[in-house]
Design a protein around this ligand. Structure first.
Ligand code: GLY
Length: 597
């Protein structure tokens, strides 16, 4: 055989074996390629979310302005301000004060929170931190008993649990800096509703039934929230708050000094001194809200703005979106086992990092830019097994430094006709906070000190594990999960959202965003869709009652311990698409309302 013949024969054999190889392997190659395409590439970018009249759930639609809040009277009060020509900040502050009267379990003067503001004029998005602070006399081990164990009664329901409140200072500051109406005008609906009362709703009555056990220890609270014989007000009965009306009027007249230095401050301090609390006149006088740089990320071309420390919300929202961005959630399908698996694994990694790296960045060095970097997400993503749940005990906080460099809280969202937007989440921590009313003020006090780590490694009330970064120090702000968020597209607010729900706030907000951007749901569909939550520890995937049973089985098959739970979160969202506003209140809790004009 010549050399040429030899070569031809060899090539022919190789061609034959290639043919046989392809015949056997083609389906497998196509399958692997298909899975790769579907998982990583698929529909690369999200399309414009379209509202279809054929959809099952329908948003509220309007042209000019919109308010979405947890309580009807507060939504109406905010909308009235918008109709009068006020801007989104004016409406947001009005809603904030009104909720302190009409949704007293979470709306507050005696708590704190976070507000995100987008200003159309400058294109800026600004984060306002009015989170509570630890009093000057607070100490690291103040919630440990003589055996070194955490005393939860102390950290949750005593006068020691109260952080220095920030709401009044925060609301007044944003109104002065970015609003157009007076403090008196912003307080007017709250004053009227406290003084003249409002009919008790079913939601309010239920929350009072739940809170009675806690409030029973505090006569000043019982006098306000229950009838003289201790009975709960019936639906439709008029609920008055005379002391609160007096406090609100003092603030309207004297400004925040009434709360932080004047008559109200005196009463809060007297309440503390009589009951072993720590808040002093010096604490109140020193309280200042802070303007911070928001956390900024980008997800499939949309800019995501959210809350920086002392909230963990923005960092971990962006971190999870970064992890998910390389998976095509759209083609994997909404709430399919594969999509939920990838989301769950991302949640575990983010919450593991939260346990180690998050705290008040005025006190500890939070590696913010590393945690939200795409490069760090690329490294972390390698830890995700796409076919199997990784047990939480096999996951530890990552090392971002290798890169150089509760029916309790409440959220509301506003967009005005000028193109400004506000996302605000604030709280007393638990429903009705400590249950303590500062005598003579009508003001319920928060139990936010419980959001500090009382003892590293011991889970807090939400089951979250934290470390030294979130230890108690005087004047420090306790770590939060609140995640008020504004998504910007082509320099304009596209979606304003957020939720209550303790540790589940961040994952609730995540799902709202992926429902809109990946799954192209209208905002009502995105709100109604079933939710899930995982927070690293406990190693359990919480799924809302009603999630498809087959999906749960598939998730269990790949190693997730799935538990069915009641409703997760309560988003209040507004979107703007092609100049039209669309909004939706969450049906998970009674009484919420979105209105536009
Ligand atoms: N108190 C709940 C939070 O701030 O996350």
């Amino acid at each position: 055989m010549t050399v040429l013949q030899n070569l031809k024969q060899k090539l022919s054999i190789q061609r034959r074996s290639l043919k046989v190889f392809l015949l056997i392997k083609t389906p497998k190659i196509l399958l692997v390629f298909g899975l790769f395409w579907q998982t990583f590439i698929g529909v690369a970018g999200a399309q414009e979310t379209i509202y279809r009249t054929e959809d099952i759930f329908h948003p509220v639609a309007a042209k000019n302005g919109m308010v979405s809040s947890q309580e009807e009277l507060a939504t109406r009060a905010g909308l009235e301000v918008l109709k009068e020509g006020g801007n989104a900040v004016d409406a947001a502050v009005t809603v904030g004060f009104t909720l302190a009267v009409t949704l007293p379990r979470a709306g507050n003067l005696g708590g704190g929170g976070f507000m995100l503001i987008h200003l159309d004029k400058t294109g800026e998005t600004i984060a306002i931190d009015y989170r509570e602070k630890a009093p000057l006399k607070a100490t690291k081990n103040m919630f440990l008993d003589e055996n070194g164990e955490v005393d939860r009664q102390k950290s949750m329901f005593s006068h020691l649990a109260v952080g220095v409140p920030g709401t009044v200072a925060g609301m007044a500051m944003v109104l002065e800096k970015y609003g157009t109406i007076s403090l008196e005008r912003a307080l007017q609906p709250a004053i009227e509703l406290a003084e003249k009362g409002f009919p008790v709703s079913q939601d309010f009555r239920r929350s009072l039934i739940f809170a009675k056990k806690r409030m029973q220890a505090y006569p000043a609270s019982m006098e306000i929230f229950y009838k003289p014989d201790g009975e709960v007000y019936e639906v439709g009965e008029i609920f008055l708050q005379k002391d609160l009306a007096k406090s609100l009027k003092l603030i309207a007249k004297q400004g925040i000094s009434a709360f932080y230095r004047g008559e109200i401050a005196d009463k809060i301090v007297a309440e503390m001194q009589a009951n072993g609390g720590l808040i002093s006149k010096a604490d109140l006088a020193a309280y200042k809200p802070v303007i911070r740089q928001p956390i900024k990320g980008n997800y499939r071309g949309y800019d995501i703005y959210s809350m920086p420390p002392p909230s963990s919300g923005g960092i971990h929202l962006v971190q999870m979106l970064n992890l998910l961005e390389k998976f095509s959630l759209r083609s994997l399908g909404h709430n399919t086992a594969q999509t939920l698996h990838l989301m769950t694994e991302s949640m575990k990694l983010a919450y593991a990092d939260r346990s180690k790296y998050l705290g008040d960045s005025d006190f500890v060095n939070v590696p913010i830019s590393q945690l939200i970097s795409k490069r760090y997400a690329d490294i972390l993503r390698r830890k995700i097994n796409q076919n199997r749940a990784t047990p939480s005990n096999k996951i530890a906080p990552g090392n971002p430094n290798i890169i150089s460099e509760s029916k309790e809280t409440t959220h509301y969202s506003v967009i005005d006709k000028y193109g400004n937007a506000v996302a605000n989440t604030y709280t007393l921590n638990f429903s009705y906070g400590t249950g303590i009313t500062a005598s003579g003020t009508g003001i319920l006090l928060n139990n936010e000190m419980n959001d500090f780590v009382a003892k590293p490694g011991v889970p807090n009330a939400y089951g979250l594990i934290g470390g030294e970064f979130n230890a108690i120090q005087p004047q420090k702000r306790m770590l939060s999960s609140m995640t008020p968020t504004i998504v910007i597209k082509e320099d304009e607010p596209f979606l304003v959202t957020g939720s209550p729900g303790g540790s589940r706030i961040i994952t609730t907000t995540l799902q709202l965003i992926t429902n809109v951007i990946d799954h192209q749901m209208n905002i009502a569909q995105a709100t109604n869709a079933f939710r899930v939550h995982h927070q690293w520890y406990p190693d359990r995937l919480q799924v809302e009652n009603g999630l498809n049973g087959d999906t749960i089985r598939l998730l269990t098959d790949i190693g997730h311990e799935v538990v069915e739970v009641n409703a997760i979160g309560s988003t209040q969202s507004v979107m703007r698409i092609d100049g039209i506003l669309y909004g939706a209140s969450d049906p998970r809790r009674l009484g919420a309302l979105t209105l536009g004009y």
